[in-house]
Design a binder for this molecule. Structure first.
Ligand SMILES: [Zn+2]
Length: 234
């Protein structure tokens, strides 16, 4: 009985000692390793990990591109964009002003009196058959247009009396009444002066080879020409 107990106690004590030593030993080794790792990590591991991560990701990748794009693009784009758009914007606005291409009523036979219009239509067709093209340079005029022409003529010839030899006041003008027509070119003037009597269309003034009126019965000789226009009452 006595022999049996001591060896059990000894073995129990040995195992306890071994376990304690083992725990202490393992704990000491682990603690030493932790301390060593911490010290080494401060010097090598942690210090080396923090600096490269910040420097490589932050500086070269994100920092460099923005600085180059901000310095290069703003100056050329700000200089070119303001100058180019205004030029292209002003050019299309000039195109709509070129619209007045259709022939005005004054440059057609539409505003003429029925008598002169029908006679002139026949004369134009006959001239075309002869190879002569008659163009209407001025048919019916508005009173305002006639007054403007008279004002310009007064400035050009120096007096009202001389001006009215070429441009009558609105209330006397056959153009304002639709009873006169100016034609062109010179070949048309020559043709109508020679053949107009057949259609009742006659040249009226010596000083205006382009001015024609319905002054005679078709097929009848035209009346003698007048030297120039005269303002009747004024
Ligand atoms: Zn005329």
């Amino acid at each position: 009985m006595s022999h049996d107990v001591p060896p059990r106690r000894n073995t129990m004590a040995r195992t306890r000692l071994l376990s304690v030593i083992g725990v202490v030993g393992v704990g000491g080794v682990v603690g030493a390793l932790l301390l060593w790792h911490a010290q080494v990590g401060d010097v090598l591991g942690l210090g080396a990990d923090k600096e490269p991560v910040v420097s490589t990701v932050g500086a070269p990748a994100i920092g460099a591109p923005p600085t180059t794009t901000k310095l290069v693009t703003p100056t050329p784009s700000r200089r070119t964009t303001p100058t180019v758009p205004p030029k292209t914007a002003t050019t299309p606005s000039k195109k709509p002003t070129k619209k007045p291409t259709p022939v005005s009523r004054e440059e057609s036979i539409d505003g003429l009196s029925p008598k002169l219009k029908s006679r002139l239509t026949k004369a134009i067709a006959a001239a075309k058959a002869d190879g002569v093209r008659i163009s209407i340079t001025s048919g019916r005029r508005s009173a305002a247009k006639q007054q403007r022409l008279l004002n310009d003529a007064i400035k050009k010839y120096g007096s009202y009396k001389l001006a009215t030899r070429w441009v009558l006041p609105p209330k006397y003008s056959a153009h304002v009444q639709g009873k006169a027509v100016d034609i062109g070119p010179a070949a048309a003037m020559t043709w109508l002066n020679k053949n107009g009597w057949r259609y009742g269309v006659c040249r009226r003034y010596d000083n205006e080879p382009w001015h024609f009126e319905a002054l005679t019965t078709p097929g009848t000789k035209c009346p003698p020409r007048e030297p120039h226009a005269v303002a009747k009452a004024d």
